[in-house]
Design a protein around this ligand. Structure first.
Ligand code: ADP
Ligand code: MG
Length: 529
């Protein structure tokens, strides 16, 4: 859909055509995600060539899965990614703003205003917007307020009717891993389990690994777990190795098998000698070894993902052992118990009471994969928002309130300017209204009525009035607990204006030879200043 750049080898698009073409492509991307904005936004069903389906409301997921070829459109997708990594939420907002900045910029181009003037005006507006945002931000301190941030993030994402419960999970999880208000989101493990209902989703103060014990004769639960993390395969031959043996007599065969047997037995002996009673193995475990381990009362899990091994190391204090012959008691980690539980379709291993009290897992349950995945995305948005809020404690009023106030104040600022840049600042200001307009539209409300009422309230000095989509009222959204981290807005505006400026300055698109190391990332497109 967004793929006809016309830059076949040797081709070139110049001047206004280049600009129009780029702006159009960027706008198409913004239009695509627009209908998902806000609590009443619709979902998209993404279907790939092999029939895999994703149903989502999440901007960055949609853009990541769409096959986008046009370079300007790719630059827009890149903002969504930046937003996702920097804040973890607000991707739709960022992309929509970029699209609107460009659409409005095009109006100015049509009026024969030079791109240099437009981009200068946009820069001024962006700087001013950042200042205004800081003024509008409110400090929050209580856990209750953080809960509101989490809930606002999850509104309209399939997790809606459980947002109180999920909000609590998110805030508690962040609270546990936070150190000096800094949160490394990688410390919060998310594990998914099909079976049961989404309300059975829970925060587990321990590590949950999506794997069963390898042999039914192994204990189901081990108290006082001494845990070994083993990198090497507990097999004679790795699956990757294919050994050829030639035996000519039954005796030879027997002695070969005995030899294999004793190698395997010695592996079990090393484990036993170390004192381990639970082992996690990154590779496979031979059946015979499983049998010996079971006889020794050792709980074993095989084919554990590398990332899980690292998580287990962090949680239990174990060292990952690469050569089993060198394992020592000092390599073992500790948990008060390890248990297999089977309450969904597959059994899972719970490692509880870990040495590191910060070890935790959010276990998302649900009936279908699609539901579970969408809950996971909602949960991640909320985790990002709560972490961002914890960092600087600053929030703004949601439901379009902050955008309307920004728009109003930017227009006031524009009126102090003399040159043609003033027009650009005005266009930047009106682009902000795209957010509340779309929130209203997606909820089936009349956008003009909503906008008019919002403007009137803000003109009367009520700076936190927005659209409350729980009840369809225009009211103080801050008071209603519809709040978002300041960082969502500062980041969205910064990157949206940056990319809009970059695209507006392009007046020549040349099909170049393959650039070295070019991955289509924004970083490679810089240097346009
Ligand atoms: P994004 O990808 O930009 O985060 P979302 O679909 O999550 O997009 O929508 C975010 C927008 O929805 C924000 O502008 C936020 O203020 C708004 N919003 C969230 N909850 C409500 C609500 N209850 N009423 C009105 N607006 C809301
Ligand atoms: Mg969001």
């Amino acid at each position: 859909m967004v793929d006809n750049l016309g830059t076949d080898e040797g081709s070139r698009i110049l001047g206004r055509d280049a600009q129009r073409n780029n702006i159009l492509a960027a706008r198409v991307v913004a239009e695509t995600v627009k209908t998902t904005l806000g609590p009443k936004g619709m979902d998209k069903m993404l279907v790939d060539r092999t029939g895999n389906i994703i149903i989502t409301n999440d901007g960055v997921t949609i853009l990541d899965e769409m096959e986008i070829e046009h370079p300007a459109a790719k630059m827009i997708v890149e903002i969504a990614r930046t937003q996702e990594t920097e804040v973890g939420d607000g991707t739709t907002t960022a992309v929509m703003l970029a699209g609107k900045f460009l659409e409005n910029g095009e109006k100015l181009l049509d009026m024969k205003i030079h791109p240099t003037i437009i981009t200068r005006g946009y820069r001024w507006a962006e700087e001013q917007a950042q200042k205004i945002l800081q003024e509008l931000a409110i400090e929050i301190t209580s856990k209750d307020e953080l809960m509101k941030v989490a809930q606002t993030a999850m509104t309209g994402k399939g997790a809606e009717y459980l947002k109180e419960k999920f909000g609590e999970i998110v805030v508690n999880a962040v609270d546990i891993v936070a150190e000096n208000n800094q949160v490394n989101l990688e410390d919060i493990r998310i594990e998914k389990q099909k079976g049961q209902a989404i309300e059975d989703t829970e925060l587990i103060k321990g590590i949950v690994i999506d794997k069963e014990r390898t042999h039914i004769d192994m204990p189901k639960k081990v108290n006082d777990a001494k845990i070994a993390l083993i990198e090497e395969a507990l097999e004679v031959r790795g699956p990757e190795m294919e050994a050829k043996i030639s035996v000519s007599t039954p005796d030879q065969l027997q002695s070969f098998l005995n030899q294999e047997d004793s190698i395997l037995k010695s592996k079990v002996e090393w484990i036993k000698e170390s004192g381990a009673n639970v082992i996690f193995v990154q590779k496979g475990i031979d059946e015979l070894v499983q049998h010996y381990l079971a006889r020794s009362g050792i709980y074993a899990v095989r084919r554990v993902a590398k990332s899980d091994m690292q998580n287990l190391a962090k949680a239990t204090g174990a060292k990952i052992v690469s050569k089993l012959s060198e394992i020592s008691p000092g390599d073992l980690g500790y948990a008060s118990y390890v248990e297999e539980k089977k309450d969904g379709e597959d059994g899972m291993t719970y490692i509880m009471g870990c040495k590191n009290p910060k070890a935790l897992t959010i276990l998302i349950r649900g009936g279908t994969e699609h539901v579970i995945d969408e809950i996971e995305r909602a949960m991640k948005d909320a985790l990002g928002d709560v972490a961002a809020t914890l960092k600087d404690s600053k929030v703004v009023a949601g439901g379009g309130a902050v955008e309307i106030e920004l728009s109003k104040r930017l227009k006031e600022y524009a009126s102090t300017l003399k040159g043609r840049e003033r027009l650009a600042v005005e266009e930047f200001a009106s682009a902000m209204e795209f957010i509340p307009i779309t929130l209203a539209e997606n909820a089936g409300m009349d956008p003009i009525d909503v906008l008019t009422e919002l403007r009137a309230s803000h003109d009367a000095g009520m700076k936190n009035v927005g659209l409350n989509l729980f009840n369809g009222k225009i009211e103080d959204t801050l008071m209603q607990g519809i709040i978002e981290p300041l960082k969502i807005k500062t980041q969205a505006i910064a990157s949206a204006s940056e990319v809009a400026i970059m695209i507006l300055r392009i007046d020549d698109v040349i099909a170049a030879k393959k650039m070295q190391g070019n991955s289509g990332k924004l970083g490679n497109m810089q240097g346009y200043d």
